[in-house]
Design a protein around this ligand. Structure first.
Ligand code: NAD
Ligand code: TYD
Length: 353
């Protein structure tokens, strides 16, 4: 790969995207990083205040579905590479409003593919389109087993169906047009700057406010947790070393039942807030289960370890402590992102459970 890279990162104002942008802007001053983000409820430029104004960084507010805009961005910024992270990303919202997931995750991805193909078709040798995907496309596991790169897609929520569809289009571009694409499928991320609709930041916020902690069903569902900065280093490795046409699984190798995770959060938060032990556990409220709730996700990340030596460097205990500390110290970030639309969503999602 040449060192002259003009990298379009989509969704760079979101949770994972903001860490990705910060990592690439600061680690690779020789690359130009162009962040295209529509700034939906989930996108927030406050998450990137520290890189704003850097010479190698440009932010563009815009929608990945807007063909003219995307074409202009490719032309004006001489885009050579894409890391595509923009998406509607929350399963519960996908159950309430599936069509917006089809529009952004499927149509938005195909639009990017179309424009990239048109722009790069003279020569694909120094271009890469990297699709950031999820382990949820593989469906749900029982008590045993892991998702490998060979596991057949079996999405079961509107969110995962839209991501699976997008991944299929990316691979179709590879097979049909010889398009230079990579895909990685990652397990549940957590860490600073995650929108407080997802399990960990939602629980942290409610514990601080001493509000009920809504655990779906009996809290027995299992997720495999990865600290967000470990995902970013994995993306860096796959971006630089991955073979086009290939797919890579990324995971934390740290499975937890939701209830066990919420208990850990309660205990660490009681400690951090100087509350009597057990205070926050009393806030746990079992609520109506998520429709079609996938039981268990678990990633086999041996390929990326074997081929590139990547493995997570942050233990779950360290990552959770860092995350709690960050949310306690950055409550104004939370207050800003949850104003407006989020209140309406919270009512719709939790008021009737
Ligand atoms: P997020 O919801 O925090 O951020 C998504 C970003 O995309 C936001 O900044 C939003 O403004 C932007 N966006 C949404 N629609 C857009 C559109 N039409 N045009 C331009 N920008 C738009 O999501 P996240 O958790 O950071 O996830 C990022 C990517 O990683 C997604 O593709 C997701 O499927 C994938 N992923 C997430 C996880 C996880 O645990 N969060 C795990 C594996 C994979
Ligand atoms: P979430 O963070 O939404 O991620 P995903 O559904 O993509 O895995 O949810 C993680 C787990 O936590 C999932 O099994 C659903 C559960 N959950 C709750 O029990 N209560 C909640 O309020 C939320 C948001 C999630």
């Amino acid at each position: 790969m040449s060192s002259l890279k003009h990298i379009l990162i989509t969704g760079g104002a979101g949770f994972i995207g903001s860490h990705l942008v910060r990592h690439f802007v600061t680690k690779y001053p020789q690359y130009q990083i162009i962040n295209l983000d529509a700034l939906t409820y989930a996108g927030n430029l406050e998450s990137l205040a520290d890189v704003d104004g850097r010479d190698n960084y440009t932010f563009i507010k815009g929608d990945i579905r807007d063909e003219n805009l995307v074409r202009a961005v490719f032309a004006e910024h001489h885009i050579t590479h894409v890391i595509h992270a923009a998406a509607e990303s929350h399963v519960d919202r996908s159950i309430l409003d599936p069509l917006s997931f089809v529009k952004t995750n499927v149509l938005g991805t195909v639009n990017l593919l179309q424009v990239a193909k048109a722009r790069w078709q003279e020569d694909y040798s120094d271009h890469v389109f990297y699709q950031i995907s999820t382990d949820e496309v593989f469906g749900a596991l029982g008590d045993t087993g892991h998702f490998t790169e060979q596991t057949a897609y079996d999405p079961r929520s509107p969110y995962s169906a839209s991501k699976a569809s997008a991944d299929h289009f990316v691979r179709a571009w590879c097979h049909t047009y010889g398009f230079p694409a990579l895909v990685s499928n990652c397990s549940n991320n957590y860490g600073p700057y995650q929108f407080p609709e997802k399990l960990i930041p939602l629980m942290i916020r409610n514990i601080i406010a001493e509000k009920p902690l809504p655990v779906y069903g009996q809290g027995q569902n299992v997720r495999d947790w990865l600290y967000v900065l470990d995902h970013v280093t994995a993306i860096d490795v796959v971006f630089h070393k991955g073979k086009v046409g290939e797919t890579y699984n990324i995971g934390g190798n740290h499975e937890l039942r939701n209830l066990d995770l919420v208990h850990m959060l309660c205990d660490q938060m009681d400690n951090a807030l100087g509350r009597t032990s057990g205070t926050s556990r009393n806030l746990i409220t079992f609520v109506k289960d998520r429709a079609g709730h996938d039981f268990r996700y678990a990633i086999d990340a041996s390929k990326i370890h074997r081929e590139f030596g990547w493995s997570p460097s942050t233990s779950f205990a360290q990552g959770l402590q860092k995350t709690i500390t960050w949310y306690l110290e950055n409550q104004s970030w939370v207050d800003h992102v949850i104003s407006g639309e989020y209140q309406t969503y919270y009512q719709a999602q939790y008021a009737t459970r």
